[in-house]
Design a protein around this ligand. Structure first.
Ligand SMILES: [Ca+2]
Length: 146
């Protein structure tokens, strides 16, 4: 009898644990300069429209600030992430000058960035339909909505 009860409790804990794990993988934590954490559901408009630097922002900024490889394009420059990042160096530029980001890897770009004269502009498709209806400019460690 006790064994049966214990195994029922174990099963229940296992099931609840699975749901918690599923829930956690669907979230991403964004750190603000004040170290306060903002939690957004991954790929929600709130995530895409965040003015705070997200993990993806920090990784892309590291990429575009590092010296260029000898190529004009890198597909999936951050493999293994939930998001896909392509880098482009157009004619006339000696550094990466465009970035495309697919936040949920559904083959529709959620964001396109342009970098010119050290100004970084981020255009966001808040509905993930490649219609870029939001615009931000990087100012210090925050995105300034335009
Ligand atoms: Ca997408």
């Amino acid at each position: 009898m006790e064994l049966t009860r214990a195994s029922i409790v174990n099963s229940a804990v296992g099931i609840v644990g699975s749901f918690v794990a599923l829930f956690i993988t669907d979230l991403i934590i964004v750190h603000s300069p004040s170290n306060q954490s903002y939690i957004f559901k991954f790929n929600s408009p709130a995530y895409a429209q965040s003015v705070h630097l997200r993990t993806v922002d920090r990784e892309v900024l590291d990429l575009i600030r590092s010296p260029n490889a000898n190529t004009d394009k890198i597909k999936d420059a951050l493999p293994g992430r939930n998001y896909k990042v392509n880098l482009y160096r157009d004619a006339g530029f000696n550094r990466w000058n465009r970035v495309k980001i697919d936040l949920n890897r559904n083959n529709r770009w959620d964001e396109k960035w342009t970098i010119k004269d050290n100004v970084i502009i981020r255009q966001v498709s808040s509905r993930d339909d490649e219609v870029y209806d939001q615009k931000f400019v990087l100012t210090g460690n925050q995105w300034q909505r335009q």
